[in-house]
Every structure is written in C-alpha cells, then in structure tokens.
Design a protein around this ligand. Structure first.
Ligand code: SF4
Length: 347
C-alpha cells in the first residue's frame, strides 16, 4: 500500500463514524444515501434516508410509486429534480436490468441523474470497483496534500485531482480508501481551520509544510444569485383551497403551491392584490383578506426568493370555479416547496 493509503485507512478504521450505509453493500441503499448526502449534512440526511427506504424499499417500489408521493418523501431536501431523476433511473433499472443495478462505473453513469461522483460511489462501495470517488471533501484534501494552486471549479483541475486520487487507490481496498479520504475531509481536513494536529497525512501534506492550508483549495467566486419576487394567494372557499402544480423548466417542478404571481420587485400589499384582481378578473368585493405574511429572503443554490402570502376567503367563485380545489387533509399530503411550508406555518 502507498504512503498515503496506509496511514489514511488505518486512521479511518479507528475513527470512522458509524453510519447505516457503511454496513451494507446493497447498491440501492448506497445510491439513496449518496444522493441525499449531496444536498444535506449527515445528521439532517439520516431521517430522510430511513424514511425513503421505508417508503420505497427497492427500485421496484420506487419505480412504481406516483411522482407526487416520491416528491412528498423528498420534501424539504431541495433539488427535486434529483428525486425525479432517481425515479426515472429506477424505472430503467426495472425495465432494462430486471431490477438489478449495473455493477460498474460506466453503465451506472449512463442512468438518468447519475453523474461521475454517484456512479463512482456506487461502483466502489457496493461492488468494490477500483475507481476514485471524488466529492468536495476529496477535492479539498487532495489539493492541500499536493499544494494544488489551480481553481478547483475548473474541469481541468477536477480531472487532475481525479487522476491523483485514482493513483492513490490501493488495489482491492479502494472502497476503504475512498471512504477514508472522504471521512478525513469531513472530520479533520475541514474547510475552515483544518485539524492538522490530528491528521494522519500531516507528514505528506504540502499545504501543511508551507503553512497555506487556509488558502487552499482555490475556488473562483460564485455568481451572484438571481433575485425573484413572488406574491402568493391562498384562495379559500368553503374550507377548500386552491393549489397548483409547478410547471416544467423552472424551480420546484411537480411541487404544489398556492396561486402565484411573479413580479419585478417585492410589492406592497395593495399592489399585489390589484395584480391578483387583474389576473383572476375579481372585484375587491369578491374576497376578504384573512391574513398575510412575507419572507424576505429564502436562498436556493442559484436564486434568492422574496415572497408574500395572502390568505383570501372568496365570496364569489364565478371566475375561478374551474381551478383545482383541495380540502385541508389533501393539502397536507401534497408535496410543497420549503418556502411554501414556511409561509403557511407563519400564516
Ligand atoms: Fe488537511 Fe492539515 Fe491534513 Fe494537510 S495536514 S491534509 S491541510 S488536515
């Protein structure tokens, strides 16, 4: 074993966290854990992992479930396209592979929504293929170990780091190495203030020797998030509420929300209500405002959302009786974005 893998694996075996997906080689369980962990911390992801496997114990149940149900179980995790892609991939695995996961990196990567990272993780942890698993933690550890002063957001640097990681893999034990280097990034080689005094790789670390740990990895600045402004209207009539499904090609595809109008800026309440009247051809005497609330900033990966919500009791349904109405029990069951859940809770 090489001078990086040996101390790293020995450290890992003594210090690793006891996590449920580390007790299995079931590719479906590993896949679910990896997708969940791409968008949340381990402690927040654990309940989602258990719930997801309880609702969909195998690719067969996931493939057969209604999309609304999959999104409801995913509710709160964000990146809903990942849940939809998982279901598409599950359908392919059922239809083309009789429910058996492809057992190596290349065919795994051809499944919908499975990128190089997830394909490598499933191939390595479930099938022990000698392939490097490179996530953000691994990028950080390797760029510090080797003093790589290139921007890690560039594909060229990513390729370089993947090649270095692949070179470190000890044949036959690469699944342990991959777990170990990710765990080192999560527990010791932290983004801020790495705990170099506890690191098994200190002697081999260029950044440590040169005292430049805090400057690495180099990452170009993220683009400014786009600001969007929404006025939502929870329309109620006779204890029924109007909710609508979000369309394709925008955030939250397939999730439900109250009637909404997107505006150029955060509107004053009167202006928001007059937009609603124009859109739905309502007179001010057609409704009564029961309550209102707003959220100043809800951050998504590339967008910053500002939203207000008005709860309106309708007196006349003539112009909107064709819309979809749900009772409160049905509303609870519909998958909704976190922003909507927060607004409803505030209301
Ligand atoms: Fe990271 Fe410090 Fe270890 Fe280098 S010595 S790999 S900077 S924790």
């Amino acid at each position: 074993m090489n001078s990086i893998a040996a101390p790293l694996i020995s450290w890992y075996l003594k210090n690793k966290r006891d996590l449920p997906w580390r007790h299995t080689t079931n590719p479906y369980h590993i896949w679910v854990s990896e997708v969940i962990l791409q968008q949340t911390r381990v402690d927040q992801g654990l309940p989602y992992y258990f719930r997801f496997l309880e609702e969909f114990p195998s690719v067969f149940e996931l493939a057969a479930a209604p999309e609304d149900h999959v999104l409801k179980v995913w509710q709160g995790l964000g990146y809903y396209s990942r849940a939809r892609n998982m279901q598409t991939a599950a359908k392919t695995i059922v239809a083309q592979f009789q429910g058996e996961f492809p057992s190596s990196f290349v065919p795994l990567k051809q499944l919908k929504g499975i990128g190089p990272y997830t394909a490598a993780a499933v191939a390595s942890f479930a099938f022990h293929e000698d392939v490097a698993v490179v996530d953000g933690n691994v990028m950080r550890v390797i760029s510090r170990l080797n003093g790589i002063e290139e921007d890690i957001t560039k594909p060229k640097t990513r390729k370089l780091i993947e090649a270095v990681a692949q070179n470190y893999l000890p044949e036959g034990q690469s699944y342990l190495f991959n777990q170990a280097i990710m765990e080192l990034g999560a527990l010791v080689c932290l983004p801020q203030k790495p705990k170099c005094d506890q690191c098994p790789l200190q002697l081999n670390c260029t950044a440590f020797k040169r005292g430049i740990q805090s400057q690495l990895p180099i990452k170009s600045k993220l683009k400014k998030r786009k600001e969007r402004f929404f006025a939502y209207f929870l329309l109620e009539d006779d204890c029924k509420f109007f909710l609508t499904k979000r369309p394709e090609g925008d955030i939250w595809q397939g999730l439900y929300e109250p009637f909404s109008i997107e505006l150029e800026s955060m509107p004053e309440p009167d202006l928001a209500l007059s937009h609603l009247q124009t859109c739905l051809k309502l007179y001010s005497s057609d409704f009564e405002v029961l309550a209102q609330t707003r959220i100043e900033k809800h951050i998504l990966s590339h967008q910053e959302l500002y939203a207000s919500l008005f709860h309106l009791k309708l007196k006349s349904l003539d112009s909107i009786s064709h819309l979809d109405w749900f009772d409160s029990e049905e509303v609870d069951k519909l998958p909704k974005p976190v922003l909507i859940l927060k607004l409803l809770k505030q209301l």
